[in-house]
Design a protein around this ligand. Sequence first.
Ligand SMILES: [Zn+2]
Length: 424
Amino acid sequence: MPSRFPVEGRRFVIHAVVTLAIVLAITIVAGRFAPWEITGGNVVLRAQRGMTHEFPSPEGGQLTVPRNNRHSIDLGEGPRPRNVILMIGDGMGVGQFSAASMMLHGPDGHLAVESAPITGLVRTHAGNNLATDSAAASTAMATGYKAPKTAISVLADGRKPVTLMEAAKSSGLGTGVITTSGLADATPAGFLVHAGDRYQYAEIFSAILETENDILMGGTWIHHTKARRDPAYLELVDRVDELGTAAGYHVVHDESDLAGTQPPVLALFPPRGTRADAHGPELVVTTEFALEALGSRETGFLALIESELSDGSGHQNSISGVVEAVREFDAAVAFAVAWAGERGDTLVLVTADHDTGGLGVIDGDYEDGRAGVRWVWDLHTAQWVPLFAFGPGAEHFNGVMDNTDIGVLIAKLLGIDHFPAIHP
Ligand SMILES: [Zn+2]
């Protein structure tokens, strides 16, 4: 029986295999000593040999809490706020604020956040990853503990520590959560409920409806791809009038319905167009409504106000989207800061859960304030994010801190004693 390959063909195959093996060997050996590596299609600079840093070994998926944390800080006799407003720009890193400031207001800038008397920088890593996601970041701020990515206020060991919002509510404070994203999305969810995974949308949304907060405002999130694939979640959204009313809420779907509506309010706004990260009126409108509604609480309140838009724009590497996101967010910040400034009893904290895209301003037109930008990639980065603090207690947020410190400091400042992370 004749061979399927003539001798020439067999020689060619052997030659090709040997050549491939040599090229592979050279690539591997050279790669080991190169100052870069290629991960998921991205070129990543490697620390120079002898300068690599050993991270603490993760036990059960959790990195050890850094020693310079503020968990055991004694606040002393300084001023304490009656109310705390925590504002989170999702994916809004230093690059996003810088670029938007230059493009909206010119080189000298004029964002509301730029008037902050106290600024800080925040480490954002997750319990099991340097680049976090909104779930682990929300958990860190809401509970004061690091958690693995995708966890909604559930730690690596299964513990479900009480969240800031839960603790504030049981302490008698007013509570409000406002977002341009879906109410079941990771950032609001981490402050409101507990779930092993952020993608359990139906469980998360139905748990949120049972939380009995004063103000819940967010989107239906029906255009979000993963939420759309969860029929149980979509059914809950369809039935939200009935379910929300049964849970004691005044259910609202439109900006025009807000006037005269008293808490408890559950606002579930439709998407702006076909967007998954933008719903309902501008954030300044919902912010104003929430602060007016919560501001009369004698016992004080805790409000979380989130803009989701800059994360989506970061993932798309859309600079125009980022500028628009910062503009909308900063308008809400301006309102909150002015509102709080008139009262003198309210701490306003503005930060991000993580950076998205690693935006850098590289050049531009100085006169026009037009900035040229570059993106590192289209996912979250592990870079520090800014924090801007206004009002009584702001001074504790100066310098570099961990995102877990934010929850701990808020609990201490509000005198919420049953917050597990303040008892190290
Ligand atoms: Zn993201």
